[in-house]
Design a protein around this ligand. Structure first.
Ligand code: IVH
Length: 706
């Protein structure tokens, strides 16, 4: 016996699948040995351990339960390979899928093209909901149900006759006059309501709950004990046929009417339509009704109505040319939530992510869904181990909609107080403007947090921060985490050249994308920024709430780096005077002060900043001119400026002690309007604000144009 050591909890889906296959084969071998002529080859205890392991894996991955699962075999009363096989007299094919209206148009147009000119030039199609269950072929001979088989691989299915007989919606006999041989095909499914009730019963009995109606229907049919199937309330819709000794109708809709007359349930939303527009309209209507239908559907099936046209169209290898399944894009499904992990975004926001047992939703396998934040987890009352309903809409990340069922041993999730990044930094909850605690929790590591570092580095080199030629987002991607020449923190930028020189053969100039000149250019550009303005440094640190303007205000107020650093460290220490001093600055509020305190309260950030500053010469801030004609005034620039860039204009005004605002209000003192100025100019005129063009501005501040 192979000793399996990997715990069930640690198995991936792929491993679990392989393991279930191995266990099924191994247990079957032992069954044969035990029940056949051979002597048993393992002890009862070892045999039971294998069975237990199989069951544990099945409970963790219900979607992987095999049709020949050893769990369904009870001792010697059962044939070793579960159900007998039935070869279909007519293969059971599948359908091609259409995912858009365009695909439906292509499908219908291809039918018209294939058939050429028709006398009445219109081809009717039936539109039927695509029931999300299991297809079944039920054979009647001489009016009596003789066998029933699952689709299997399309050629051979499982003999589930005894189980199908327990479904009261499926007639055991056909009315007199029915053809001698009849094979009715359709979908066995479980109604949503019955699924929920069954799961409640399972939970009450302490048994594992099922994941969705489709899997439950499949599991219920695969019970070797038909009494279990009988207790499961399965249902059926008839929509197709296999072998028929005589055709009672020559159209699809006619056949559905015949099935109904014979006592089979047929779907009430089936229509016969004769234009692409009508098909799409019906599809949309069914889409709206879908959530309220008592059963799950995953699309609408269109079929050419006339059998003679179906015959002319024929088949591709596995699907008919005369039918297509128009799938619904977004879908809800239920699956088990196996864990909640925390993801740290590039801004340090912690997002709980539900890890799910893989499930196909709208044609895509979903394994994760967002839970947004801690409040959402509380609101949904979701716990680890619950079966949850999820929804996927277009490209949107799947959402958890709610709990379907919760086992007794479900575990309540505790939101971490420490960030999962390797710094073990505390998680903080920010206050919103009104002083109320916000829902977002963040890692306080900021620049030092590995999840945030790369984005912070991109910000650090951006145009309004260090603005290094040849070192932008793309290059940060290149250098971040690089093996030979990494840039993992800002100081690394300024040691790049020295580290490269020490790299011997693996020099930057020899690497893809670089040459002698470009490598040298990069080092020169970095050297050029070794001397940096104080406000650019402050802005470059990427402290939350410290934008370009705030950085300028701080630089001007504190003058040099030593003073900024001292104030920030004091604030982090809770020094009241330092807090009040910063809070009193124009345009600086408590959110900025708190954020600065938090940044400088984190030792990793302090170390990162210190090592950076060692590499730099920081220019002191220019003191605003007190005696300039615009000192203390609020200026707005609008229109397309022709003699200076917007950034230059702003810098000039600020250097002269003016405040630059983005919009016109009663507080505006001067509006500088370039050509094409619009609503801001009108508003300024209405408010009686002094307006001027660029020349007027230069005249006012007495600067001669170059
Ligand atoms: S017709 C040759 N009609 O969809 C065509 N199939 O993707 C045979 N299904 O295996 C299928 N509702 O399990 C047809 N109204 C419907 C259906 C339907 C559900 C399922 C069926 C089939 C699968 C094909």
């Amino acid at each position: 016996m192979t000793q399996e050591t990997q715990p069930v909890d640690a198995l991936t889906e792929v491993e679990a699948k392989a393991e279930l296959e191995r266990l099924a084969a191994e247990l079957a071998r032992h069954d044969a040995a035990y029940h056949g002529h051979d002597a048993p080859i393992i002890s009862d205890a070892d045999y039971d351990a294998l069975k237990r392991r199989n069951e544990e894996i099945e409970i963790r991955f219900p979607a992987l339960v095999r049709i020949d699962s050893p769990r369904f075999k009870v001792g010697s009363s059962v044939v070793a390979d579960g159900f007998g096989k039935i070869t279909h007299s007519v293969p059971m094919l599948s359908l091609d899928n259409a995912f858009s209206d365009e695909d439906v148009r292509d499908f219908v147009n291809s039918i018209y093209r294939f058939l050429g000119q028709l006398p009445d030039n219109s081809i009717a199609l039936t539109a039927e909901p695509k029931i999300d269950g299991l297809s079944m072929s039920i054979r009647y001979e001489d009016g009596k149900l003789t066998s029933a088989a699952t689709r299997g691989d399309g050629t051979t299915g499982e003999n589930v006759t005894a189980n199908i007989r327990t479904i009261s919606e499926i007639p055991n006999t056909l009315p007199a006059g029915a053809p001698l041989v009849v094979e009715v095909r359709g979908e066995v499914y479980m109604a949503k309501e019955d699924f929920l009730a069954l799961n409640e019963r399972m939970a009450a009995e302490g048994k594992p709950t099922y994941v969705n109606p489709r899997n439950t229907a499949a599991g219920s049919l695969r019970q070797l004990d038909a009494k279990v199937t009988a207790s499961r309330k399965l249902r059926f819709f008839a929509y197709a046929w296999g072998e028929m000794s005589e055709m009672p109708s020559d159209t699809q809709h006619g056949m559905i009417e015949v099935f109904e007359a014979w006592g089979f349930p047929v779907n009430p939303l089936t229509r016969r339509l004769d234009s692409i527009e009508a098909l799409i309209e019906h599809y949309n209507e069914i889409g709206i009704a879908r959530a309220d239908l008592p059963y799950d559907i995953d699309g609408v099936v269109y079929k050419v109505d006339r059998h003679d046209l179906q015959a002319r169209l024929g088949f591709r290898s596995r699907s008919p040319r005369w039918a297509i399944a128009h799938k619904f894009p977004a879908e809800k499904a239920a699956t088990r939530l196996t864990a909640i992990d925390i993801q740290v975004g590039r801004t340090g926001a912690l997002t709980p992510v539900a890890r799910l047992e893989p499930i196909t939703v709208g044609g895509v396998v979903v394994t994760n869904a967002t839970l947004h934040n801690a409040e959402e987890i509380e609101r949904l009352k979701v716990r680890i181990g619950d079966v949850v309903q999820i929804q996927r809409a277009g490209d949107v990340i799947p959402q958890v909609l709610g709990v379907v069922s919760s086992p007794d041993d479900a575990i309540t999730f505790e939101f971490p107080k420490i960030c999962p990044c390797d710094l073990k930094t505390p998680v903080v909850r920010e206050e919103t403007a009104g002083g109320v605690e916000g829902v977002i929790r963040r890692c306080s590591g900021e620049f030092a947090c590995p999840f945030q570092r790369k984005e912070h580095l991109k910000h650090f080199v951006s145009r309004k921060a260090f603005d290094i030629d040849g070192l932008g987002e793309k290059q940060i991607e290149f250098f971040y985490g690089d093996k030979t020449l990494p840039i993992n923190q800002p100081a690394d930028i300024f040691t790049l050249k020295a580290r490269d020189e020490a790299n011997g053969l693996q020099r930057l100039k020899n690497r893809d994308g670089y040459g002698d000149t470009s490598a040298q250019k990069l080092f020169d550009a970095i050297d050029e920024r070794r001397t940096i303005a104080l406000d650019r440094l402050i802005f470059g640190l990427g402290i939350r709430h410290v934008g370009e303007q705030t950085a300028k205000t701080l630089a001007r107020a504190y003058g040099d780096w030593a003073s900024v650093n001292e104030a920030a460290l004091a604030i982090a220490d809770g020094d009241k005077a330092a807090i009040e001093e910063m809070d009193a600055l124009d345009d600086i509020g408590p959110a900025v002060v708190e954020s600065i305190g938090r940044f400088f309260g984190e030792p990793h950030n302090i170390a990162m900043v210190d090592s950076l500053v060692e590499q730099l010469t920081i220019r002191e801030a220019e003191k605003p001119a007190q005696d300039s004609p615009v000192a203390g005034l609020t200026v707005v620039f609008t229109g397309s400026l022709e003699k200076m860039t917007r950034d230059e204009a702003k810098a000039m005004a600020e250097r002269l002690g003016a405040k630059v605002a983005g919009s016109v209000s009663k507080k505006t003192d001067i509006l500088v309007a370039g050509p094409g100025a619009g609503s801001k100019l009108t508003k300024a005129q209405d408010l009686g604000v002094r307006t001027m063009d660029e020349d007027g501005w230069f005249e006012l501040v007495a600067v001669k144009e170059a």
